[in-house]
Design a protein around this ligand. Structure first.
Ligand code: ADP
Ligand code: MG
Length: 316
């Protein structure tokens, strides 16, 4: 495993003070860990659960996570609305293959040009999943659009005739400027997506501090694009190292998988693939844990990934 000293670690003063992190024991019982996924997860917490998917750095997998977790939640039987809050560079609709069905956006709803239900795009594959885009690509937002507008939107979703959704997922833009602040305002929990590299980690750490300042205490992380071969060759940080640096509970570990890129280009989210892809299974398990507000108790076995096979990726 890579020791932290072998990676150019930023000065500790740039990192938030962490709760002491206890490394989990290195023994796993994969069969027991996997059996629990045969039952339906029990929804915990008050609904709608408003979850922002964020990262700081761009291109680490926020939109991929939003699409796959959103559809996994729907497959598990929960209703979910995914809001694309990446205003200038929206692409959640593309990943979901719903780009041709977005006729209205939140901007038109706020202008009084359409009703909220006209802006919600219902997925034909899983009808308890809906997409909501903030604005048309390359269009400008109305002056003063901000966190209050999103709070209004969440309230409007709560008060719909068919009842409030179980989950509202907000796909956050990269960076920590106005778009980020707007996206996190209505959220009461966060999923922080990071890749195991130092630039992504530093941004994730900064974002965690900002989320905490905003009163969001329930923050779990997804470590994306993990490669066991590189970890084994000490060319990539291990998941445990990431956990040690960020001090956050782990919602999921997603392997680097070419199927993700294929599914992105086809507009067909990975979790719908048959047979399931590795990353798709990992996203499904992360969604499962999100429902129960659980986190991983064991992580990838880095020492012998080949011997133990793929299932040693996941803990209970
Ligand atoms: P963000 O929303 O954070 O900018 P995206 O979800 O758009 O990031 O992902 C950026 C790129 O990374 C996309 O091309 C996507 O297909 C790719 N990607 C994301 N996760 C994985 C993965 N686990 N394996 C391979 N490619 C991935
Ligand atoms: Mg994105």
């Amino acid at each position: 495993m890579i020791s932290l000293q072998t990676i150019a670690k930023p000065s500790p003063i740039h990192f938030r003070p962490k709760k002491p992190f206890k490394r989990p024991p290195k023994t796993l019982t994969p069969i027991h860990s996997l059996l629990q996924y045969n039952r339906k997860p029990q929804l915990s917490g008050e609904t709608p659960r408003v979850v922002v998917i964020t990262s700081g750095k761009g291109g680490v997998g926020k939109t991929t996570t939003t699409a796959n977790i959103g559809l996994s939640l729907a497959r598990l039987g929960f209703s979910a609305v995914a809001i694309d809050a990446d205003v200038g560079l929206r692409n959640l609709d593309l990943l979901l293959g719903l780009e041709n069905r977005v006729n209205y956006t939140v901007v038109e709803v706020l202008n009084g040009d359409c009703r909220l239900d006209q802006a919600l795009v219902r997925d034909k594959r899983w009808s308890n999943f809906e997409l909501l885009c903030i604005s048309k690509p390359r269009s400008k937002l109305p002056l003063g659009f901000g966190g209050k507008a999103l709070i209004w939107l969440v309230e409007a979703l709560k008060n719909r005739e068919e009842g409030a959704p179980d989950f509202i997922l907000i796909d956050c833009p990269a960076g920590i400027d106005a778009g980020f602040i707007t996206a996190i305002t209505p959220a009461n929990e966060a999923v922080l997506v990071t890749t195991p590299d130092i630039t992504s980690l530093r941004d994730a750490d900064r974002v965690t501090g900002l989320l905490e300042c905003d009163g969001i205490r329930d923050i779990k992380m997804i470590v994306n694009r993990v490669r066991t071969d590189m970890i084994k060759g000490e060319d990539m940080m291990s998941v445990l190292d990431v956990q040690e640096m960020l001090g956050l509970p782990l919602l999921g570990v997603i392997p680097e998988d070419t199927e993700v890129i294929r599914s992105t280009n086809r507009g067909y989210p990975l979790v719908l693939n048959k047979p399931p892809a590795l990353a798709g299974l990992a996203f499904e398990q992360a969604a499962w844990r999100l429902v129960e507000q659980d986190s991983m108790k064991a992580v990838m076995m880095e020492e012998e990934p080949k011997k133990r096979g793929f299932f040693s990726f996941f803990g209970g």
